[in-house]
Design a protein. Structure first.
Length: 471
């Protein structure tokens, strides 16, 4: 699956072998130990199911911005999130790995020229959600000084599993064990070969674990922690692309990813969706992401915000991809940005709006800036020549965008503000909800997707558990 996704992103590299022995950090530093440079710690995405620290090259960001970049690998899937729903196996081991990485940075990053008192945590998709979750966890207090959550926040409910015990029981049954309680289930999984577990999760998409309220990493439900402002009050950037649901999210079935404990991807992205869709085909997507859609009038009202009744199948498809991205990513990002703003901390919001030119041949023309498209610019892949090679070339305008994105992110890591010489001013996200549109040009905007909040103040379900391996 990862090989196919790398091809889609025009990336060429040798992938490491999968292993339980995976707790590593990749460190990129331009400095000698005597320096004290800002530190940027990257958490990768992948729905807490897949992805690898090795596919992120921090060398350009480190060199151009004079920062130390730390890329974290953590346990994924069953190894990182197995839970019996009680104290025997409370779960969230992958998130605890991230806490351990931050503790290691505090104790050791000075040996690589980094300043342990100036640590910026950043991540995308599930990695962005992890960044946001780490701010809610008492275990990371004092370990992080600024945070960037790209296309993912703690309100990304698709990553949660509020009832893990039935999934644990299913896994144990598939492994052929007879269990009498949580201890037996845990011992069964510990004794199983990794290859056997891998076979099961590929064959049975219902064997998927997610984030849990474990009482340690997360002492209370996320919604309660957010609403009571029980998080670290540090400078915060969050944002989205302008077409989060454009291609990777609805098209993930084409990679054969074993996802979902609640639905079949063919239900959310019917076969042939990219060629066009009927209006009625969009409603099931809404029913998975929103409150009570037994009220069909509510679904119709939302569709009417995007679509007129005479729209053709291509227009319906475009609406499908927009709604998918809005409900999964935009609404949660705006919600979390507002909560952090109301807590009195500096918040900056962005919308990334450039589709990398070298990806055009692999995507339909209707796709704008898709989920994850900002990554190669944040990491300066225009200029990397090490183990990750980009097939195709960047335009001169894209090289400028690489420099600007790295500058915004690097400035924020240094000072808590993304602004600096030669950059379009990025206003704080205040009551006017200003944000910065970042593309080949940058421009200010305000009140992103405001119509969604006026129509659906509770658009996203609080307890829906749906896992997406591309997140």
């Amino acid at each position: 699956m990862m090989v196919d996704m790398l091809k889609d992103y025009q990336m060429d590299m040798e992938l490491p072998q999968m292993s339980e022995d995976c707790l590593y950090l990749n460190i990129h530093t331009p400095a000698l130990p005597k320096h004290k440079l800002p530190v940027m710690v990257w958490i990768h995405g992948g729905g807490f199911l897949t992805d690898s620290a090795s596919i992120y090259d921090g060398s350009a960001l480190a060199a151009y911005q004079n920062v130390v970049v730390v890329v974290v690998q953590y346990r994924l899937g069953i190894l990182g999130f197995f839970s019996t729903g009680d104290k025997v196996a409370p779960g969230n081991l992958g998130l605890l790995d991230q806490v351990a990485a931050l503790q290691w940075v505090q104790e050791n990053i000075h040996s690589f020229g980094g300043d342990p008192d100036c640590v910026t945590l950043f991540g995308e998709s599930a990695g962005g959600a992890a960044v946001s979750l780490l701010l809610l966890s008492p275990l990371s207090t004092g370990l992080v000084h600024r945070a960037i959550a790209q296309s993912g926040t703690a309100d990304l409910k698709q990553l949660f599993n509020p009832t893990p015990q039935p999934v644990a029981q299913l896994l144990v049954q598939e492994l052929g064990c007879v269990s009498d309680g949580s201890e037996d289930m845990l011992n069964c999984v510990r004794d199983a070969a990794v290859e056997e577990i891998q076979r099961i999760i590929i064959q049975n998409k219902n064997v998927v674990f997610g984030v849990t309220v474990d009482g340690e990493f997360l002492p209370k439900p996320v919604e309660e922690l957010l609403q009571t402002q029980a998080f670290q009050k540090i400078p915060f950037i969050t944002g989205v692309t302008n077409h989060e649901g454009g291609w990777i999210i609805p098209g993930v079935t084409e990679f054969g990813v074993p996802v979902g404990s609640c639905f079949d991807w063919q239900f959310i992205a019917p076969e042939g969706w990219a060629d066009g869709m009927d209006r009625e085909a969009v409603v099931p997507t809404l029913s998975l992401l929103m409150y009570d859609l037994a009220d069909q009038q509510l679904a119709a009202r939302l569709l009417d915000q995007y679509l007129d009744w005479s729209a053709d199948r291509a227009a319906v498809r475009d609406v499908f991809t927009e709604i998918l991205g809005d409900l999964m990513f935009v609404v949660p990002a705006v919600k979390v940005a507002r909560i952090h703003r109301d807590a009195g901390v500096p918040v900056y919001f962005y919308e990334f709006g450039h589709a990398p030119s070298m990806l055009a041949k692999n995507r339909p023309k209707f796709v704008k800036s898709d989920h994850g498209d900002e990554l190669m610019f944040v990491f300066g892949n225009c200029f990397t020549t090490a183990h990750i090679r980009i097939k195709g070339s960047f335009t001169e305008e894209e090289e400028v965008l690489c420099r600007r994105m790295m500058s915004y992110w690097g400035n924020f890591a240094r000072s808590g503000s993304p602004n600096g010489p030669g950059l379009v001013h990025w206003a704080q996200y205040g009551s006017d909800e200003q944000y910065l549109h970042i593309g080949l040009g940058q421009r200010p905007g305000a009140h992103l997707k405001e119509h969604l909040f006026s129509l659906l103040p509770h658009a996203v379900k609080p307890n829906q558990s749906i896992q997406h391996a591309e997140l």
